[in-house]
Design a protein around this ligand. Structure first.
Ligand code: UD1
Ligand code: UDP
Length: 382
């Protein structure tokens, strides 16, 4: 039996972990034992518990209750507690997802204790170190023993950095990592949960009395967009303009970082008064898929949401200046707008006028990335 300690802490990691836990429970429970550690980076029920309940993620054995803080404080506090767990559990490997501070802290603890790291969503690069995620990914990829890469672009990025795709039979170790192109576990999830929202009785539309059509779905939480009034104001003005010019509703499930900012900036209040700007609390994953699937357009700065828009064949404005998911831009499904008012308004006008212009391709795998990852873990650690 291979003993894995999975360290997760933020919303997208709960969702990603659900895909692998599902595969372990369904097909690999004789070979893999998974112990979940929740760092407590996200702690509101709507940012954490809701996903454990809805996606049937095994309950965490450890909750470190670290909470919010500066990068250094949060990462350091996590490291201290994660080290205790790793010393106690003595796992064969640590399983990590994505690029949050929870990922970084567990990675640093594991490598110092010579525990192999399995990094799911490796090779993702935005080439902008001002984003904390870029730093976290770079460190974690270069410390990992197994790197599972969702896209071909990621494989190429890792090759440039000297991390090469391994051939069958190569022995994997701390200094000889294995790089695998596996597809995207988020795609696994979208396909799996899309089926579950059919005929759902407790729909998000009745919960908040939202229109079932003729709306744009928006999310935003990047510090570069929401931590300064200037950028936040530009985005909110653009959203108001889209409501006025297209008669559409904007549905905005609000991330707590953004909520905190808006609560403390009364001067932005007038931009929130439009009755067609429907700000709601963060929603569950099934509710999110429901909202994405029925929207006319997605406007987001979320890494996960921009891909889900593609998976569900919805055009997307990415409110960033770069994206690691360059396939989305190449496909014609997405446009980069940053927080620029004109780019958001013009991009939305273009998509709403012309509709979807691209051919859908399975460029993020076949929906079975999780099974592939489990099989490779078993080969490497058995
Ligand atoms: C974090 C990740 C980011 C990821 C995002 C997903 C890092 C550096 N950033 O950003 O990569 O895209 O999660 O959502 O790891 N807060 C609450 N309740 C909560 C959680 C947060 O009120 O349950 C508030 C706190 O005021 C906190 C702020 O949100 O200071 C930011 O939370 P934090 O986890 O530090 O960063 P995110 O912006 O959520
Ligand atoms: N999501 C959700 N509820 C919400 C907003 C997002 O379930 O209210 C899901 C979304 O569908 C995606 C993931 O959370 O699967 C993305 O997380 P987030 O945007 O917080 O982080 P990022 O992907 O940018 O790191």
């Amino acid at each position: 039996m291979i003993k894995l300690v999975t360290v997760i802490g933020a919303r997208p990691q709960f969702i990603k972990a659900a895909a692998i836990s599902r595969a372990v429970n369904t097909s690999f429970s004789d070979e893999i034992e998974e112990i979940i550690v929740h760092t407590g980076q996200h702690y509101d029920s709507s940012m954490s518990n809701v996903f454990f309940n809805e996606l049937q993620i095994p309950k965490e054995k450890y909750n470190l209750n670290i909470g919010s803080g500066s990068h250094a404080l949060q990462t350091a506090n996590m490291m201290i507690e994660i080290e205790k767990v790793v010393l106690e559990e003595k796992p064969d490997a640590i399983l990590l997802y994505g690029d949050t501070n929870s990922t970084l802290s567990a990675c640093l603890v594991a490598i110092k204790l010579h525990i192999p790291i399995i990094h799911v969503e490796a090779g993702v690069r935005g080439y902008n170190k001002r984003f904390p995620e870029e730093v976290n990914r770079l460190v974690c990829d270069h410390m990992s023993s197994l790197l599972f890469v969702p896209s071909i672009a990621g494989i190429k990025s890792l090759e440039i950095e000297g991390l090469k795709h391994k051939k069958n039979g190569d022995v994997i170790s701390l200094d000889n990592p294995g790089v695998f192109h596996c597809g995207d576990i988020m795609y696994d999830n979208t396909l799996f949960y899309k089926e579950k929202i059919k005929n759902r009785l407790d729909s998000i539309f009745s919960k908040y009395d939202l229109p079932k059509e003729n709306y744009i779905l928006t999310t935003m939480h990047r510090p570069s967009n929401v931590d300064q009034n200037e950028t936040l104001e530009s985005i909110l003005k653009a959203l108001n303009q889209l409501i006025d010019s297209h008669g559409k509703t904007i549905v905005l499930p609000l991330h707590p970082r953004t909520k905190n900012r808006l609560d403390n900036q009364p001067e932005l209040g007038p931009l929130l008064n439009n009755e067609r700007l429907r700000i709601i609390p963060p929603v569950s994953f099934l509710e999110m898929i429901e909202l994405e699937e029925n929207s006319d357009l997605v406007i987001t700065d979320s890494g996960g949401v921009q891909k889900e828009a593609y998976f569900l064949k919805k055009p997307c404005l990415i409110m960033l200046d770069e994206t690691p998911w360059i396939e989305l831009l190449e496909s014609g499904n997405a446009i980069l707008t940053g927080s620029d008012y004109n780019k958001i308004v013009n991009g939305a006008n273009e998509f709403l006028k012309k509709g979807r212009l691209y051919e859908f391709m399975d460029m993020y795998g076949d929906g079975k990335a999780s099974e592939f990852i489990c099989q490779e873990i078993i080969k490497a650690f058995n």
